[in-house]
Design a protein. Structure first.
Length: 139
């Protein structure tokens, strides 16, 4: 798998990937999420491709205090082949090079297989409450 930065022609393939991986939600417009990411550290929006086909994505971010990962996705027919692990390792390397001391992520508590995946990479459940407030509605 080749890991590279997102490019504008990737949009449809990325949105389709996110839908196939059930990452989209009615209250989040994926195209708006892509446009927002491209305004801040677009170099941390990673694409994984095999034979020219987008099969993986991950949006990494760093605010100067903590790193984050969102939209880690691997196409269902390419899962369990080490692609997600490779995407995470690449993103972690980029964050470390930026001086990022710690990376956080959020996983729906019901998604036990994904929780197990992150635990296998050394991530630990932390006793915190995740809170959010929508400032700009997508719809």
């Amino acid at each position: 798998m080749l890991i590279r930065a997102y490019q504008a022609p990737d949009e449809l393939a990325v949105v389709t990937l996110w839908q196939a991986c059930e990452l989209t939600r009615p209250w989040n417009d994926p195209r708006k999420d892509i446009a927002r990411k491209l305004q801040v550290r677009p170099d941390l929006f990673l694409i994984g491709e095999v034979q020219g086909q987008v099969i993986a994505s991950a949006m990494f971010g760093f605010d100067g205090h903590r790193g984050w990962v969102n939209y880690l996705a691997v196409a269902p027919d390419h899962q369990r082949q080490g692609h997600a692990k490779a995407m995470m390792a690449h993103g972690e390397t980029l964050l470390l090079a930026s001086g990022c001391p710690k990376i956080n992520l959020q996983v729906r508590a019901s998604n036990t297989s994904v929780l197990a995946f992150y635990q296998s990479l050394g991530y630990q459940d932390e006793p915190v409450a995740s809170m959010g407030k929508r400032l700009i509605p997508d719809h």
